[in-house]
Design a protein around this ligand. Sequence first.
Ligand SMILES: [Zn+2]
Length: 314
Amino acid sequence: MTLFLCPVALYAAPASGRVVRPSAHYGYRRMRADLTKLQARYPYTLRAGVIGKTAEGRELMAALAGAPGASRHVLIHAGLHAREHMTCALAMMQLERLLRRHVPAGFNFHILPMMNPDGVAISQTGCGSAKARAIYMDDLRAGYATPPRKEALAAWKANAGGVDLNRNFEAGWERVDTRPAPSGANYRGDAPLSERESQALAAYTTRFKMAATVSYHASGGVIYCAFGPDCPANEKSRRLGHAISKRTGYRLEGDDGTSSGGYKDWAIEKLSIPSLTVEIGDGPAPLAIEEYRDIWRRNRDVPYAVARWVKKHS
Ligand SMILES: [Zn+2]
């Protein structure tokens, strides 16, 4: 008698009910637990792994949804700015939607749902390590922050070392409009890619031949789609931006020359990858949970819209 060995899918959790539920404080532990549950439920289409570790020991996660051998790669990341943590729930829900419905044939979606977990923890708990509290005291003295502390820390954008990770990439870094020292926001760091989080994101991006990248931020209901002088990657980013603007209803903006050092800037300038920054929501970050329904409606099919655009244009 031949013993037929069933693959691990036999033991996978039944695919009923949603795993990822948005909340005003969708945090690191929930994200980790949800990834574990999704992996158990979708063992053939989801691979998740650690791509780095923060200064406070939290793991930076990447989730890969796709079929082995698929040749097209799309990267979506969220939570690079701490107070914009609603983007983390959004990216996780997009991941689950891809798994529940289908991953477009020939595609790998690389979803990095929380690229600044230390900062997210500061924003969500309103407290932080001794270092973060010292940075807050410096911000108070410099007039960058106002008490009460809990509210000031809820608006924290940087990582736990006070570096704004979306000003830490090597694309016009030298002309970034920066605060002079570590701060809750807007300090570019001592050098490009000085931080573990930006290093991990850059290294992961270059491991695959990405056809497009989407960086989720908040807020403003706007899509930024260009960086620097005209070039083929800018032109493609603009066309991709049009497609995603149509899908989401967010307005499209080019490069007004005022910001640099961002991930999207680097992906366009240094890697020639069509890339967008999508700013969800209207109110100040952290966004109110009441905004989520509209945000989800606008963004739930963005991965499919990106895949359609990539298929048509590459
Ligand atoms: Zn942001």
